[in-house]
Design a protein around this ligand. Structure first.
Ligand SMILES: C[S@@+](CC[C@H](N)C(=O)[O-])C[C@H]1O[C@@H](n2cnc3c(N)ncnc32)[C@H](O)[C@@H]1O
Length: 213
């Protein structure tokens, strides 16, 4: 099983963000395996760079780029008054969330800046402008149906055959969390284009086995 470098894991553990270590290790393993295709690894949902650190390390090992997409204004549940709001990532001048500065500091401290291409924008718009194939897509963006569906429809078609699609926060039981990521996971499986490779807590790793999307 491929593991991140100890210093990468230490940087991941101290970074602000939402990914538990067990899922992070599974994410790294999937990204490292996908790197063999020689195609870029892409993440939707940078936030402050916690999971990006792991993708950057896997990309460095494989000699490919890690690309991460976020508008950096936060998801619904991260806005003021909501459960996951962090007032330290609000731009005091305009009063809106801005996770980009924290993300840049995180990557700099981890020594991984040169392995990451950060795209600031809305996922469906970036996906619509995207031209090439990807070896790996990690969906961890907005958790409403609108956003999760936009991420799936925008990015799943770009996954190369043999490439990997990872979806975070998949909760089959509604008591454990929102259902939008679960619904796109079911949709990926039902398409016939993906088969399941592994399940680690709420992280689902799928491999593209054919056309169909
Ligand atoms: C759950 S956080 C990502 C967590 C991160 N992967 C980590 O490991 O800590 C979700 C992120 O998705 C971003 N986001 C939500 N909807 C988006 C959209 N439509 N386009 C781009 N980014 C979006 C939010 O700004 C937020 O930073």
């Amino acid at each position: 099983m491929a593991s991140p470098k100890p210093e990468t894991l230490a940087a991941f553990e101290t970074a602000k963000g939402f990914m538990p270590v067990r899922e992070g290790l599974a994410l790294y393993e999937a990204a490292a395996a996908a790197g063999a295709l020689g195609l870029p690894l892409l993440e939707v949902g940078t936030y402050c760079g916690r999971s990006t650190i792991l993708l950057a390390d896997a990309a460095r090992e494989a000699g490919v780029a890690a690309i991460t997409v976020d508008h950096h204004r936060g998801s619904e549940e991260q806005q003021p008054g909501w459960e996951y709001h962090d007032p330290t990532v609000v731009d005091p001048e305009i009063g809106l969330m801005d996770t980009l500065p924290t993300f840049r500091r995180t990557l700099h401290r981890a020594g991984l800046e040169e392995h990451v291409i950060a795209i600031v924008g809305r996922s469906p718009q970036v996906a619509a402008a995207w031209g090439g194939k990807l070896g790996f897509v990690f969906i961890d963006g907005g958790h409403t149906d609108e956003h999760a569906t936009g991420d799936y429809e925008g990015w799943a078609p770009h996954v190369a055959e043999g490439g990997t699609l990872v979806i975070h926060d998949v909760f089959p039981d509604p008591a454990d969390g929102g259902q939008a990521p679960y619904r796109i996971y079911l949709r990926a499986l039902a398409s016939g284009a993906f088969e399941e490779v592994s399940v680690t807590d709420s992280l689902r790793v799928l491999r593209r086995t054919g056309p169909g999307i």
